[in-house]
Ligand binder design. Sequence first.
Ligand code: NAD
Length: 499
Amino acid sequence: MFDKANRVFETPTRYQNFIAGQFVDATGGNVISRESPAHGRLVSHYPASTRADAETAIAAARQSFESGEWAFSYGGDRARVLRTVAGLIRQNAEELALIETLETSKPLDAAHGEVMFSAELWDYAAGAARMLAGDSHNTLGEGMLGLVLREPIGVVGIITPWNFPLLILSERLPFALAAGCSIVVKPSEFTSGTALMLAHYLKEAGLPDGICNIVAGTGDPVGQAILDSDDVDMVAFTGSSRVGRAAIAASAGNIKKLSLELGGKSPSVVFADCDLDAAVDGVIKAGTINMGECCIAGSRLLVDARIADAFQLRLAERLLSLRMGDPLDPSSRIGAIINQAQFDRISALVRDGVRDGARIICGGDPDNHSGLYYPPTVLADVKPGMAVAKEEIFGPVVSVMQFETLDEAISLANDTEYGLAAYVWTNDLSKALSCSRRIRAGRVWVNSALAGFPEMPLGGFKQSGNGRETGRYGVEEYTELKSVHLQVGPQTERWVEGA
Ligand code: NAD
């Protein structure tokens, strides 16, 4: 893989937008250049698209939707296209994983796993394209039959963040396509490579021109043009709560539907009766996966006070054996942080935590490492009001708090404006069920961390967003319901007497 990476360093890939079935540069030919955060070498040039480029893509999507070519097509035909894309993702998995590793610095193994899971999502959505159905009501009286039609919502804008580029796109795009929508995708300006590669697979799979358009560029103008447009019926936005709020404001124009997947501050709740080895491992996985740059990162560890000291020690010991280094090296489990700004944010939050009274159990010493590598860090003695207990850090940092009772654990778990995920470690079924039911989060893992299945919906409670992606719920998200009232037999009742 190092050879292949070297070839990319020698000749960085130059990508193009995909609009109305054509591969095109941005108007004016400007590009955004991306360096690998781990290597400091140029790897990609994406189009720095303009507002006009975004508007051209939206117009292409609108026109293709109105034509009905995809929206009214047979689900089986849509399924074939989606399944072919799944196959092409698998065929090109190595190259896709390499590009993701170079652009994000996530370990290559993890990138490969994400690519394969993305293919799984396309396969699942292919099946869903044939299962989508409405309803009928045969109970409305002798003269009336009710049909509930499920129709594609229209033109969908999909705006994605930098942390799981292909995966997050694949949690949305194939589901919107399965529903019959036309789409404009705006990938993150830091990691657009695999979305733009995907465009080639869509073309090869026979997706009609204009149904999916992919436009690279910065949030403003490209994302903003999608949010502002009256020709866009729905936006599926994944990213920060800050931009999520801007999306809500912009949606007021044409009252477009929003599906928002925003930030998180998810708890790992560890009870004294759990399998401690499994819990230590799971807490590390949830806290450090993708360098903690993960919306569902288990960034708060809530641990039973009776085992807190021992658990923290085991955590620190095990974390020290986690190899941090070149993400192309198969033994690395922690790569570099996405960029300097994010690295500085993590450092500042950890420093503030220490100033406020938190104690570093391990890590927290980024100056001892070169480049953008931030070591896995555990902060003990964290109190609920501290910034490290409340704010999304988006780095490999776990803040530890202690509890004494089940109620206290649940109350701490819910003491956040977010509600994306929770991890519960216990061998007591009743505690497991209480936590699963009372913690306000879109996903709960019990004695496991981050197992993922296309069947299961994902999304957030509270300020983590609204709407659900994946599973049958994910396809339905991209549809509208229409009630049709059918008179059976002649209409005998008259509105106007004597008519
Ligand atoms: P971000 O909000 O900065 O950017 C996300 C996307 O929005 C990017 O494509 C960006 O270009 C675009 N954007 C920025 N300004 C815009 C504007 N004015 N109009 C329209 N689009 C605009 O987020 P990020 O830094 O890329 O990602 C990190 C954040 O994403 C974290 O808060 C994380 O929790 C969140 N996230 C959430 C989930 C989830 O499923 N809930 C998944 C991954 C990441």
